[in-house]
Write a new protein. Structure first.
Length: 354
């Protein structure tokens, strides 16, 4: 990585957690991710979910077709995942590994987030054979780390998940590769930093830049609503310290999750922040805020490939220190899409192809 007061040049990064959706929305957003990232771990929570290798291959073909319809989009490789259910057969893991296309399996506790109704009801009770297969094939389990017990406060669900699910899981399967997705708390960051065995975590730009006050600034702000929800300032500070540390267990995962404006601004709005359009600028803003731009390339471009046993990318991208205003709304094929922090000014701008 090279850095000057006005420019930041580093190896092209990957997004280790993104939602590309399907149909018109896929065609509307995939080029934004491809513009900034060489590869991305693509979430499988479609309707119906991607539960077999064959479905993952078909979804990959649809992503590639959507990219071909956007000639200006650079080369991009979607890294596919499977949606874990109570009934996923262990044999599916060997098939997924052999495909060379499926790179992980995603755990959604049933009811935890968007399109998670088919998720797992009891991980160790129903999925033991699958977890053994994942451990044997060294295929990562990607964990949405929240309990769904209605008796647990929504702001405490990640911390409780560590005690109720993560600790028993790691004790029973100590060599299983686990990514604690989109961590949001000091407890999550501390656990990942110190736990034994192959474990890592992704962190989103919104959880590095904003605390839960953003949800209520001047009124109810649905475009800052995501799951896991934004937390207190002490948790944001802990995440920022983890992301900018010298630990290789933390890496970039936007959790960019598009919903059309009308689906966010309604009486029961959808969870998800859309950040793919300006993800690197948002992350750079966070690292710059604590004077840690020298740690940015490791977080964005090096730590993720190391965990997934993939090579780092050979090409480079550049951010320049230029005032950059986020659009208020994007008029895309799927409808109106409001990006995270719409209308705000950033101090960085992505330079295409540099």
């Amino acid at each position: 990585m090279t850095a000057t007061p006005q420019q930041l040049r580093f190896r092209r990064p990957d997004d280790w957690h993104v939602h590309l959706r399907d149909g018109d929305m896929l065609e509307s957003v995939v080029a934004h991710t491809a513009q900034q990232f060489a590869r991305a771990i693509v979430m499988p929570n479609l309707t119906p979910p991607i539960i077999t290798t064959e479905q993952a291959l078909a979804y990959k073909s649809r992503i590639e077709a959507a990219l071909q319809a956007t000639p200006e989009a650079p080369a991009f490789t979607p890294l596919m995942t499977l949606y874990l259910t109570d009934n996923t057969p262990a044999a599916e893991i060997a098939k997924a590994k052999a495909s060379g296309v499926v790179h992980a399996v995603k755990l959604y506790p049933a009811g935890a987030t968007t399109n998670s109704d088919a998720g797992v009801t009891d991980l160790l009770k129903h999925c033991g054979a699958v977890l053994e297969a994942l451990q044997a094939h060294q295929m990562p389990l990607l964990v949405h780390g929240e309990v769904t017990d209605p008796a647990i406060d929504v702001f405490d669900r990640e911390a409780v998940f560590i005690d109720r699910v993560m600790l028993p899981l790691r004790q029973r399967f100590p060599e299983l590769k686990v990514v604690f997705e989109h961590i949001t708390t000091k407890e999550g960051a501390d656990y990942v930093a110190t736990a034994e065995g192959p474990i890592a975590a992704t962190i989103t730009p919104q959880h590095l830049l904003y605390n839960r006050n953003a949800l209520f600034s001047g009124g109810l702000r649905p475009h800052w609503y995501c799951l896991p929800v934004l937390k207190r300032e002490k948790h944001r500070q802990a995440l920022l310290a983890a992301a900018t540390s010298d630990s290789n267990r933390f890496f970039l995962g936007t959790d960019s999750a598009p919903h059309v404006k009308g689906r966010k601004e309604m009486d029961c709005g959808c969870a998800g922040c859309y950040s793919a359009l300006h993800a690197l600028e948002l992350y750079a803003q966070a690292f710059d805020s604590v004077g840690k731009l020298d740690r940015f390339e490791a977080f964005a471009s090096l730590n993720g490939p190391a965990f997934y046993n993939l090579p780092v990318n050979n090409d480079y991208v550049t951010l320049e220190r230029v005032q950059n205003t986020i659009p208020q709304v994007l008029d895309v094929k799927a409808g109106e899409l409001v990006p995270l922090a719409a209308g705000e000014q950033l101090a960085w701008r992505f330079v295409t192809g540099a």
